[in-house]
Ligand binder design. Sequence first.
Ligand code: CO
Length: 136
Amino acid sequence: MKILRISHLGIASPTLAEAMERLDRIFGLKQEHIEEVADQKVRTAFYPIGESTLEYLESTDPEGPVGKFLEKKGPGIHHLAFEVDDVDAAVQELLDKGIRMIDKVPRKGAHGNRIAFIHPAETGGVLIEVCQPEKH
Ligand code: CO
């Protein structure tokens, strides 16, 4: 697979309001937009920084993946995302290597990306997403 850049860092926060206030107060950063990803049971605030983006994640359901993460680990970095040139090929390559995947087929993520998560047991405890912007 060809990794093009670090697309984004996902950061779990109890509330977006709290995260947004803090980012503004400390760094003067304003979010680009807020999006709800029903599938993932999160609301996300995007902060583009250079070639990457910070994605603050607020859980909309304690049983969702970010809700469970917050319960278990508390606020902090939730995942790291690599942008690849071809997410279907990347997922196939990982499956062919016997890498355990959370998503065996890419699905729709936030910000018009197609995404797939690698199981964190494979990556030293860091949840890694491979993603590719959807073609418009
Ligand atoms: Co992500």
